[in-house]
Design a protein around this ligand. Structure first.
Ligand code: PMP
Length: 298
């Protein structure tokens, strides 16, 4: 339906974010194949269902139905040749008068899409600052749940990093170890190895992270270590990059004033990973067609 007609009742408490989960999916245009693809669409839908289940909400659709609905939405979109962003989200159905939505409440699902061009291969870089706000305690609100309410902490760190002249925050957990950024995961490169905070550090189980580490091992023969990462390791890293559906592979050139590499351009490993990711999402290679859901033209 047209954007302006997609409305929801003002009293929907789920919509007011306490009881709502969401996903972000990148849909890439492949010039090679002349087709739009949803990238790892089913994995995103499964994570949405998992987030809703952990929120005690019950959507009436399964992952296959959500994939089919997204394909239908994308096929009707007139942005042929463009990359799109897809936001499927679920929220407690009904107009609840109080925030404590009971267990088993049905979840409504909405799927939105808009143009969102990939920035892969454009020489993009960013700067980072360790957030003065620590990361929320995953024991109190699991980082594995992609729920809107987890993002308030992310926003505080984001605004804080920008006020200090950096592009993105890096959150530390209660033990002072590195977790992730506000909308992406983080990894560093040291001595040719990729090192990343493990999930137990309090990190979203990122689909881009899984994709990149598989490509790093398969295509580049690199070793990936997931373990607690100390803040000081960031300062002494050879390279650092952020990764996520929207961030894609985003090289960092500075963290808290410590320069990474030449302080201007991405390092060698990050560049190689970015190239592999580009070829995968744009379907230049057929090695991972299982990650691509083609959208037939309407
Ligand atoms: N961490 C957070 C907090 C995020 O919001 C995101 C974006 N969804 C990520 C990591 C990266 O996850 P993914 O690769 O699945 O997009």
């Amino acid at each position: 339906m047209p954007w302006e007609e997609a409305t929801v009742h003002i009293s929907s408490v789920g919509h007011a974010s306490v009881s709502a989960a969401f996903e972000g999916v990148h849909s890439y245009w492949s010039a090679e194949r002349g087709v739009l693809h949803g990238f790892r669409l089913r994995d995103h839908m499964q994570r949405l269902l998992d987030s809703l289940r952990l929120s005690w909400l019950e959507p009436e659709f399964d992952a296959d139905a959500l994939v089919a609905a997204t394909v239908e939405l994308l096929a009707s979109w007139k942005a042929s040749g463009k990359d799109l962003y897809v936001r499927p989200w679920g929220f407690a159905a009904g107009t609840h008068k109080e925030q404590m939505v009971p267990r088993g409440t049905p979840a409504e699902i909405a799927i939105e899409t808009w143009e969102f061009e990939s920035k892969l291969g454009q020489g993009r870089t960013c700067t980072l600052a360790v957030s003065s706000w620590p990361r929320f305690n995953p024991g109190a609100s699991p980082a594995s749940m992609k729920v809107f309410s987890n993002y308030h902490n992310g926003r505080l760190g984001n605004v804080d990093a920008r006020a200090r002249g950096a592009d993105w925050p890096v959150f530390l957990n209660g033990a002072g170890n590195v977790t992730e950024s506000s909308g992406s995961c983080i990894a560093l490169v040291k001595g040719g190895r990729i090192i990343t905070p493990d999930l137990a550090s309090g990190v979203l189980d990122s689909i881009t992270r899984k994709t990149l580490f598989q490509l790093a091992e398969e295509e580049l023969g690199l070793t990936v270590e997931a373990r607690p990462v100390e803040r000081t390791e960031l300062y002494l890293a050879d390279e650092i990059f952020l990764m996520g559906t929207a961030a894609e592979v985003l090289p960092a050139v500075e963290v808290d004033g410590f320069r990474l590499g030449d302080g201007k351009t991405a390092g060698e490993v990050t560049r190689a990973l970015e190239a592999c990711y580009h070829d995968t999402v744009r379907a230049v290679t057929a090695k991972h067609d299982e990650w691509l859901t083609p959208v037939p033209a309407a």
